[in-house]
Ligand binder design. Structure first.
Ligand code: SAH
Length: 196
């Protein structure tokens, strides 16, 4: 998976490549789909939601340029797979999921793997997690028609946010908060489930 799907497509961050080779993705997919856990595609995880394709998880993580120790906000816990990848590299991960059954299932898997640097919340992630702001990095794993303002506001100076944006056609947008203001850059066409 790492060599043919991720490194071959241009992901270069060795930290990200190492983590993608370490986190047991099969534990985050339904048992009936375990044989496909490392395939080059998103998979259904129930409640009409999906676990993102491995390459997209790696690409989005790399775009955050994490070096270790960061405070990260994730919107859309889903299976918890992206959460685990973040928790391996960053200092602390704050993750928000709107569907309670998914949040509970993800937490069970992540607790079982021993991650102690993840904080969980069930609710609408478009509001972010104001009590814990600012964040060095924000990752949104469901698409909004426009970027939620609250999430930009909770970005630290020098911080980065990656999010799929768009109603029909979507693009991954990288947002950077710099001294001179907010910079937005479109990176890649994608298809995510909608943010609700
Ligand atoms: N990173 C996850 C992706 C899950 S799909 C994974 O790889 O498994 C996107 C997730 O965002 C779904 O679980 C969905 O329920 C959740 N979601 C959608 N709208 C949301 C909102 N407003 N707040 C928080 N989570 C939301």
């Amino acid at each position: 998976m790492v060599e043919t799907q991720i490194r071959a497509r241009g992901v270069r961050d060795e930290r990200v490549l190492g983590v993608m080779g370490k986190v047991p993705r099969h534990l985050f997919v339904p048992e009936s789909l375990r044989r496909s856990a490392y395939a080059d595609e998103p998979l259904p995880i129930g409640e009409g939601q999906t676990i993102s394709q491995p390459y997209i998880v790696a690409y989005m993580t790399e775009s955050l340029a994490l070096e270790g120790g960061e405070k990260v906000l994730e919107i859309g816990t889903g299976s918890g797979y992206q959460t685990a990848v973040l928790a391996e590299i960053a200092g602390t991960v704050f993750t928000v999921e709107i569907v309670e059954t998914l949040a509970r299932r993800a937490r069970t898997v992540l607790d079982g793997l021993g991650y102690a640097n993840i904080h969980y919340r069930v609710g609408d992630g478009t509001a972010g997690w104001p009590e814990e702001a600012p964040f060095d990095a924000v990752i949104v794993t469901a698409a909004a028609a426009t970027l939620p303002k609250a999430l930009e506001d909770q970005l630290a100076l020098g911080g980065r946010m990656i999010a799929p944006v768009g109603a029909g056609a979507q693009e991954l947008v990288l947002v950077r908060r710099e001294r001179t203001g907010i910079r937005r850059e479109s990176l890649l066409s994608v298809r995510f489930v909608p943010l609700v």
